[in-house]
Design a protein around this ligand. Structure first.
Ligand code: SF4
Length: 372
């Protein structure tokens, strides 16, 4: 697990999100519209894919964002790269709000934050040769001249472990691991600061996953890169990440240095994810899978959204949403069980504001609780 540790500690945030939120409206079909008219209900409520995320990404770190399918991690990654705009909140790149960027500043952001997608096949144009997939964008953006393009592509292919002679081939002539390397070369060609990797190794065989992860780490050293690594698999990110953010139903529920997440997870959801990790041991092992399904983001549970599945849920959990609270140095958790922990009592409310006061909540009487 310690192989990810770097000699350079993160210091400057180059990407910051403040109260980032993204809603998607649900299109109502004909039957739904009639039913809603008869029942005098209005339009369906929007789905909150990302429900308020405050996060910093530091220079040269690998920040992993981990959660089940449907938790909003891909939508968050797409907002970081500017592929989709937020419904509310803002993304700051090198201190400037990206929604107000124009001209050269906007271009620097768009080139500086690149994304690598999960499916290495569908993310590459099947009609383009590798030479054009990798080399076209840097020419269009004036990073290299057309005359320099061929040498530039050869150099990048070598960097990602591909034979430069392959540049005349098409994507279907490569294996999954090779195609992902082409995707990496395409992202690198724009000389980014940050690469957002969305499940970038999930579609690959385990042995190829290890090779591609090693490649990511080599490139971080060679190109001074920062990664946001989105994955559903805590085991994968343990090898490469410096910090881990655990996402549940559109919110960050735990954020900590990787060692701390694995040694001393504070949130019951993180603890449950860790219990599900496969381990190599000779003895028998009892599995405690997380009970139930991820609730629909269209109708999230009240209070702590994890409470229907949490083995430690209390009455309070059903009515009050826990804030992300600093429970120890650089370790944040959103759980009522962590009340009173931490040196400062600092909290984040998912709306871009940090507050330093603890909640004045009072546990209700047992009977009134059951009613809630
Ligand atoms: Fe479980 Fe309550 Fe903590 Fe939510 S706030 S994780 S329901 S103990």
């Amino acid at each position: 697990m310690s192989s990810h540790a770097q000699d350079v500690l993160p210091s400057t945030p180059i990407l910051v999100t403040e109260g980032l939120r993204r809603d998607f409206s649900q299109p109502a079909d004909f039957i739904d519209r009639i039913g809603r008219t008869l029942r005098r209900r209005g339009a369906p409520l929007p789905v909150q894919a990302v429900a308020g995320v405050d996060l910093e990404v530091f220079h040269r770190e690998v920040l992993a964002i981990v959660g089940e399918s449907g938790c909003g991690k891909t939508t968050l990654g797409r907002m970081l790269t500017g592929i989709i705009p937020p419904t509310a909140g803002r993304v700051l790149y090198r201190g400037s709000d990206v929604t107000h960027m124009r001209g050269a500043e906007r271009r620097a952001y768009e080139l500086g934050v690149q994304m690598i997608f999960q499916d290495p096949f569908s993310s590459l144009n099947p009609r383009m040769r590798v030479r054009d997939i990798v080399g076209e964008a840097p020419v269009v953006h004036g990073l290299v001249s057309r005359a320099e393009r061929d040498d530039y592509v050869c150099e990048l292919l070598q960097k990602v472990g591909l034979d430069p002679d392959y540049r005349e081939r098409y994507p279907h002539q490569f294996s999954g691991g090779q195609r992902q390397r082409i995707g990496v070369a395409r992202a690198l060609a724009l000389k980014p600061d940050i690469i957002v990797c969305d499940e970038a190794v999930a579609a690959l065989d385990v042995s190829i996953q290890a090779q591609v992860l090693n490649l990511f780490m080599d490139l971080r050293r060679d190109f001074d890169l920062t990664y946001v690594f989105i994955s559903h698999n805590l085991g994968v990110v343990s090898h490469i990440s410096d910090r881990v953010a655990i996402m549940y139903l559109g919110r960050i529920v735990e954020l900590a240095p990787t060692e701390q997440v694995f040694a001393d997870a504070a949130h019951p959801y993180t603890q449950a994810l860790l219990k599900e990790l496969p381990v190599l041991s000779a003895g028998k092992r009892q599995f405690d899978p997380i009970v139930g399904e991820l609730p629909s983001p269209a109708d999230p549970p009240p209070g702590c959204t994890f409470h229907p599945r949490c083995p430690l849920a209390m009455a309070r959990c059903r009515v009050e949403r826990p804030m992300l609270r600093e429970v120890s140095d650089s370790h944040w958790s959103a759980c009522h069980l962590n009340d009173g922990m931490g040196p400062t009592g600092a909290q984040r409310n998912g709306a871009g504001t940090e507050v330093a006061t603890l909640s004045p909540y009072v546990e209700p009487e047992k009977n009134s609780t059951e009613a809630a």
